[in-house]
Design a protein around this ligand. Structure first.
Ligand code: S3P
Length: 163
């Protein structure tokens, strides 16, 4: 199987669903945020001390290390900010978009201090959401609407797509 990349906004459930798919199917699992944390430290500190541009460079570095077969990969919500990442994911695998409404995301994230880009004014968050959603939609090979669905239901839809 070609590697599967899960994309979607912060709070869309990429890590939860990726881990569950891994447990149900036995496909190896990686999370680009976790790879960055393991190598460079926590994300809020990277944003604060080194800046977003450096964080994006670390994300791309992690993408280049992921094998092109037999992995499911949760990505950070901003993975679509670099064109280079679009090319890497398109060339190396299949892309599944977890599509979650802005209201649902707002309810799930609340005031999350671990996500630097969520600590902005509400209007800026919404603009970011619209911009990102356009990118996810354009890139995806398959989109799953996630509102009101359990992780189990979402994984079942993913497995049907992958079979
Ligand atoms: C980011 C999303 C985060 C993390 C970082 C930046 C973004 O990942 O990569 O805080 O730019 O949307 P999640 O999508 O897992 O929250």
């Amino acid at each position: 199987m070609r590697t599967v990349y899960l994309i979607g906004f912060m709070g869309s459930g990429k890590s939860t669903v990726g881990e569950l798919l891994h447990r149900k199917s036995g496909i190896s699992y990686l999370d680009t945020d976790q790879m960055v944390v393991d190598q460079y430290g926590d994300i809020a500190s990277i944003f604060e001390k080194e800046g977003e541009t450096q964080f994006r460079a670390y994300e791309t570095e992690m993408l280049t290390r992921i094998p092109d077969k037999n992995y499911v990969v949760s990505t950070g919500g901003g993975i679509v900010e670099r064109e280079e990442n679009h090319t890497l994911m398109k060339q190396n695998g299949m892309i599944i978009h977890l599509d979650t409404s802005f209201d649902e995301i707002t309810g799930r994230l609340g005031e999350d201090p671990t996500r630097p880009l969520w600590g902005q004014y509400d209007s800026d968050k919404y603009k970011l959401y619209i911009h990102r959603r356009n990118c996810y939609t354009t890139l995806a090979d398959f989109t799953i609407m996630t509102d009101q669905k359990t992780p189990e239901t979402i994984v079942t839809e993913m497995m049907a797509f992958l079979s």
